[in-house]
Design a protein around this ligand. Structure first.
Ligand SMILES: Cc1cc2nc3c(=O)[nH]c(=O)nc-3n(C[C@H](O)[C@H](O)[C@H](O)COP(=O)(O)O)c2cc1C
Length: 338
C-alpha cells in the first residue's frame, strides 16, 4: 500500500490521500476586488478532479493593505464569501477537502501606497520603506485575521493555513532581521512570537477545524532565526493545538538559495523529530517515489505540491502510476484511466 494514497485525519477532516495542492498566488482577481473569477474556479476545481486530497487556496489577504499584489484574492469583506462557498462546494463534489491560506504581505505589499511592518525597514531598494505598526495597528491586523477565519468558516472551508512564511508580515515579526522593535512585540524570540501567538489564538477562536501554519524554516542569513528558534516556535504552536507545520524557507531577506530536489525536507524532518508536530514537506517534490520515500521514512505527514500541479493537474495519477497504485478515476474519466 502506497502511504501517499493512505488517508489521514486532522480534527475530523479526513483527507483521502497525502497530496496537498500548495498555496499559489494566481494574481487573477482582475477587478482588484479580492473576489474569485471563473479562472480561479476552473483552476482549483481541476486539481480536485485530478485527485489531490486537499486543495489550499493561495495567499488570501485579510485586509486590503495586506495584498501582495492588487490582483490577490481577499477575505476582508462579507461580499467575498459567496464565491468561496460555491468553490468549496465544487471541490467537495470531487472528493477533495478545501482550505485557504490567510495572509498579510506587510512590507512586501507591492502595489500599496502605504505598507506596514514591525519596523521601518524595506525588503530591498525596490520596495517602499514600511510604516512601523503601532499597537493599535497590530490589534487591527490580528482582528482582521480573526474576521478572515470566521469568513473561511462561513464559506465552508475544511481547514485554514496561517501564512507565517516567505517574509510576509507574520514572518517579518518573527525574524530578528526585520523586527527591530523594543516593545512587547520585538527583542526576545518570545516577544517576536507574540504577533503570531495572538493571530493563532483569534484564528482558533473563530475557526472550528484544523489550522496549519506555514513557516520559513531557514532564513539563509547568519543573523536570522536558527533551527533552535523554529523548534521553539513549533513547540509553542503545538501547545496552542495547531495541527501541522508546513515547512517552507526563505523570503524574509534577499538571499541566494541552493535549490535541489527536496531541498526543504530536512527542515521538516528536524522539526518533526524535535517536537513531534506533524509536518508538511514542500519544495521540488516532483515524483511519487520521492513523495513516498519522505512519508515512509516519517520525514513528513503530508506532501505539498506546487509547480508540478501547475504543469499537470493530474499529478496524483502520475504519482499513482509510478507507485503502481490503482487510483480510481473520476467517474467521467474511467474509460481513459483504466
Ligand atoms: C506561482 C506561485 C505562487 C506561489 N504563491 C504562494 C502563496 O500564495 N503562498 C505560499 O505560501 N507559497 C506560495 N508559493 C510557493 C509554493 O506554495 C511552494 O511552496 C513552492 O513553489 C515550492 O514547491 P514546488 O517546488 O512544488 O513548486 C508560490 C509558488 C508559485 C510557483
Amino acid at each position: 500500500m502506497a502511504k501517499l494514497f493512505s488517508p489521514i485525519t486532522f480534527k475530523g477532516m479526513t483527507l483521502k490521500n497525502r497530496i496537498v495542492m500548495s498555496p499559489m498566488c494566481m494574481y487573477s482577481s482582475k477587478k482588484q476586488d479580492g473576489k474569485l473569477t471563473p479562472f480561479h474556479m476552473t483552476h482549483y476545481i481541476s486539481r480536485a478532479v485530478g485527485g489531490v486530497g486537499l486543495v489550499i487556496l493561495e495567499a488570501t489577504a485579510v485586509e486590503q493593505a495586506g495584498r501582495i499584489s492588487a490582483q490577490d484574492l481577499g477575505i476582508w469583506d462579507e461580499e467575498q464569501v459567496q464565491g468561496y462557498k460555491e468553490l468549496v462546494e465544487q471541490i467537495h463534489v470531487y472528493g477533495a477537502k478545501a482550505g485557504i491560506q490567510l495572509a498579510h504581505a506587510g512590507r512586501k505589499a507591492q502595489d500599496e501606497e502605504i505598507t506596514y511592518a514591525p519596523s521601518p525597514l524595506s525588503f530591498n531598494e525596490k520596495f517602499k520603506v514600511p510604516t512601523e505598526l503601532t499597537t493599535s495597528g497590530i490589534n487591527r491586523i490580528v482582528e482582521a485575521f480573526g474576521n478572515g477565519a470566521r469568513r473561511a468558516q462561513e464559506s465552508g472551508f475544511d481547514m485554514v493555513e496561517i501564512h507565517a512564511a516567505h517574509g510576509y508580515l507574520i514572518n517579518q515579526f518573527l525574524s530578528p532581521l526585520s523586527n527591530h522593535r523594543t516593545d512587547a512585540y520585538g527583542g526576545s524570540r518570545e516577544n517576536r512570537f507574540r504577533f503570531l501567538k495572538e493571530i493563532t489564538e483569534i484564528v482558533k477562536n473563530e475557526f472550528d477545524g484544523p489550522v496549519f501554519v506555514r513557516i520559513s524554516a531557514d532564513e539563509y542569513h547568519k543573523d536570522g532565526n536558527t533551527m533552535d528558534d523554529f523548534v521553539y516556535i513549533t513547540s509553542k504552536l503545538k501547545e496552542m493545538d495547531i495541527d501541522l507545520i508546513d515547512c517552507s524557507t526563505g523570503g524574509v531577506v534577499p538571499a541566494k538559495i541552493n535549490v535541489y530536489p527536496g531541498y526543504q525536507v530536512k527542515h521538516c524532518e528536524t522539526i518533526k523529530g524535535a517536537t513531534g508536530m506533524p509536518t508538511g514537506a514542500v519544495g521540488l517534490i516532483t515524483s511519487g517515489i520521492q513523495a513516498e520515500e519522505i512519508l515512509q521514512n516519517d520525514r513528513a505527514n503530508l506532501i505539498f505540491i506546487g509547480r508540478s500541479l501547475l504543469k499537470n493537474p493530474y499529478w496524483a495519477k502520475q504519482a499513482a502510476d509510478e507507485l503502481a497504485f490503482p487510483l480510481n478515476a473520476p467517474n467521467q474519466y474511467t474509460r481513459g484511466w483504466n
